[in-house]
Structure formats: C-alpha cells, structure tokens
Ligand binder design. Structure first.
Ligand code: C2E
Ligand code: MG
Ligand code: MG
Ligand code: MG
Length: 282
C-alpha cells in the first residue's frame, strides 16, 4: 500500500511544468534526502492550564534543517510530503519519536503528560494507520490515554463515514482526538456533533483577532461555546500576550499554547522547562 502512495511522486517529472513545479520537485528531492540522512527532527511546544500555568503536555512539531543549515517551514514541506506520499513514512517517524519522548516524560514522573501529534489526511486514511499507531504504542510502551492525535477541521469533514470509523478505532485504544485549526474550515455542525472527538483547538488567527476586533472575539466566543456545548475541551493556540490569556479565560477557554508560555523546543529543553514550570506553579 505504501508503494502505491509513493507512485504519486512521478507526477513531478512532467516536462510541461513551470519553474514553480521544478522548485517544488527540488524541494521534495531535498526532503527525501533529508529524511534519509536524519535531518528531520521533532520539537515540542508545551500546552498549559491557562489559569494555573501548569503544564499539561506538548505538541510534537516537525522540523527540517537542510544541509546548509537553513530551516524550511513545515507549512512549505508538509504539503509536498502529503502530495508525494512521503508523509506516510515521515508521519510514522514523528509518531514514534513523539512516543519515545512521551515515554521519557512519564518515566520522569509526569504520569498525565499528554503528547499531541499532528496527523495528515493521507496517514489517517491509510489502511495501515491503526497498525502503525498500535505498533508504536506497543513497541515503545506508552498508553493511549497519554496520546492525542490532531486532525484538521477539513479532514474531519472529509468523508464522515470513514472518519467516524477511524475515530472509533482510535478511541478503542484510549487515544484522544483534537480538531486542529478549528474555525478556519467549514464544519457542518451536525457532522461535528456526530464525531467522537475530545477537543477543539481554536486557530491562532482567532486568538489574535479576539483581542483586536469585535468580530474576532465573537468568533472565539462562539467556538468556545460550541465546544463546551458539545461537551468538548477547548484549547487555544498562538497565545502571545497576557491580554489574550486572560481574555480566553474570560471566554471560558482553559487550555492553551503559544509563545507567551513557550516556543517549540528540542527534547532536552522540554525536561528543563517542565521542571522549572512545575516548580513555578506551586
Ligand atoms: P499546527 O498544528 O496548527 O501547529 C501550530 C503552529 O503554530 C506551529 O507552527 C507553532 O510553532 C505555531 N505557534 C505556536 N505558538 C505560536 C504563537 O504564539 N505565535 C505564532 N505566530 N505561532 C505559534 P509550525 O511548527 O511552523 O507548524 C506549522 C504547521 O505544520 C502545523 O500547524 C501543522 O499543520 C503542520 N505540521 C507541523 N508538524 C507536523 C507533523 O509532524 N505532521 C503533520 N501532518 N503536520 C505537521
Ligand atoms: Mg497541530
Ligand atoms: Mg493548529
Ligand atoms: Mg495551524
């Protein structure tokens, strides 16, 4: 099945393509090489309780450092990895790396640590997906209750029957699910109600606008009310200021992540951040 996915990459060889396509192909070649030569790695951005400031867990975010030391943003290379099918193996790498880090955090005594991993549509729909997740958990020795998968709003709406089926299997493992970038897609509310998810993640565009415009804060309030009405937890991403933190708390959102608390950081720094922040909160 994985082979079939990789076949899609041949489309990049089309001679009729312009510079953009050639650029993309070069980037994809570099990404493949980078992946094989271990230049892809995972950083972790802490998530906190907005009221107490206590750490809840972290989101695993992929990074690619090219041979000449430059960083290519995930927003540029993830879509390429998705189109080419490379995301299947890269996604498994992220999941397993994050599970190892999760295991480490639990061994350090953070028994309730929640490790959140972004999952692409191609991964999610792949027939081997549940096996990949199951094997990672078993091999590495982590429990589903410490693991959260983030799917985007558009993914959740894609093919509701299939999505519901996959979600049911994920839930059987005790894994929680969050809908990422919530508010940017066009969710059908009746579909959303049918989906067995645990958390809505408010897109950072609304966090920013909540502070600067009435429309922005109205949308943030609506998303928070919607989530709470459906019995879901709501988390806000991209919190950069103290004002945003207190505004979100006022609106009824109790979890968040953003530069105000911590930037995405390498694994070794996460430990330090956790121990310092835990101490600071007590
Ligand atoms: P996302 O999942 O919505 O991740 C949150 C993004 O917001 C991250 O960008 C993070 O660094 C950034 N961010 C967090 N706090 C702040 C803040 O206070 N201010 C601002 N301006 N930005 C903040 P990043 O790491 O560049 O990732 C971008 C996107 O790439 C992610 O958005 C996700 O969609 C995708 N991505 C990253 N890693 C993975 C992965 O392993 N697998 C998949 N499928 N997608 C990934
Ligand atoms: Mg995410
Ligand atoms: Mg997001
Ligand atoms: Mg995003």
């Amino acid at each position: 099945q994985a082979k079939q996915q990789h076949r899609g990459s041949s489309e990049y060889f089309s001679p009729a393509m312009g510079t953009d396509a050639r650029e993309r192909f070069k980037l994809l070649k570099g990404l493949r090489a980078g992946f094989e030569e271990n230049r892809l790695f995972v950083v972790y951005q802490p998530q906190v309780d907005l009221l107490s400031g206590k750490p809840i867990g972290a989101e695993a975010l992929l990074r690619w450092r090219t041979e000449d030391g430059k960083f290519v943003p995930p927003d540029q290379f993830i879509p390429l990895a998705e189109k080419s099918g490379l995301i299947i193996s890269i996604g498994e790498f992220v999941l397993r790396t994050a599970c190892h880090q999760l295991k480490h955090m639990i061994e350090l005594g953070y028994a309730d640590f929640r490790m959140c991993v972004n999952v692409s549509l191609a991964q999610f729909r792949h027939p081997d997906f549940m096996t990949v997740v199951n094997d990672a958990m078993r091999d590495i020795g982590v429990a589903g209750r410490n693991l959260e998968l983030e799917i985007t709003e558009s993914m959740a709406m894609e093919d509701t029957e299939l999505v519901m089926h996959i979600l049911a299997n994920i839930k059987k493992l005790g894994i929680t699910v969050a809908i990422d970038d919530f508010g940017t897609g066009f969710s059908s509310l009746s579909h959303l109600r049918q989906l067995d998810v645990d958390r809505l993640k408010i897109d950072r565009a609304f966090v920013r606008e909540a502070q600067t415009s009435t429309a922005g804060s109205t949308i943030a309030q609506m998303v928070i009310n919607l989530g709470r009405g459906l019995g879901l937890t709501v988390i806000a991403e991209g919190i950069e200021t103290e004002e945003q933190r207190s505004l979100l708390l006022d609106l009824g959102c109790h979890e968040g992540q953003g530069y105000l608390f911590a930037r995405p950081m390498p694994a070794d720094q996460l430990e330090n951040w956790m121990s310092q922040t835990k101490a600071g909160a007590e």
